[in-house]
Design a protein around this ligand. Sequence first.
Ligand code: GDP
Ligand code: MG
Length: 163
Amino acid sequence: SGYTVAIVGRPNVGKSTFFNRMLEHRKAIVDDVSGVTRDRQYGMTDWNGKQFNVIDTGGFVSGSEDVFEREIAKQVKIAIDEANAVVFMVDVTTGITHLDEAMAELLRRATKPVYLVVNKVDNGQRELEAAEFYSMGFDHNFFISSISGSGTGELLDMITSAI
Ligand code: GDP
Ligand code: MG
């Protein structure tokens, strides 16, 4: 129980890197229920003195575009059902892709807060490029580097302000 944030996004945008970074300072209390949760990881973290659960809805089966679309719909459904808020992660190095658009379409219908998080914004040039993601039309946009940690504080402030 407790407040839960789900991280969704297509493969390779950096969901697990961000998830692991969030859990790092608490020494990663991650459930490892083998088999059952192969398609997602659960952890708990805290920020500003507030504890919350995090779900990394990672696993995609590689395959056709059809399989991808189905997996995406499933991932988004899990996120919306199980979480109080959703981190929708995208990747500045690829720009907006077809799969990002497909996920955005589903997430725009969510009645829970959705935070659009542009990851891999490692430098000033990428900050400029990241502006294209405003066109996706989400109310809350964050530009982060999961590797350096830049921008993650603002995102965590926003998440915890709702708890
Ligand atoms: P996932 O499939 O969404 O869970 O993505 P991963 O966390 O496995 O990351 C995919 C790749 O992106 C890995 O090679 C990461 O090292 C890299 N990556 C993740 N975050 C960043 C970032 O902030 N900057 C850069 N340059 N690479 C990143
Ligand atoms: Mg992953």
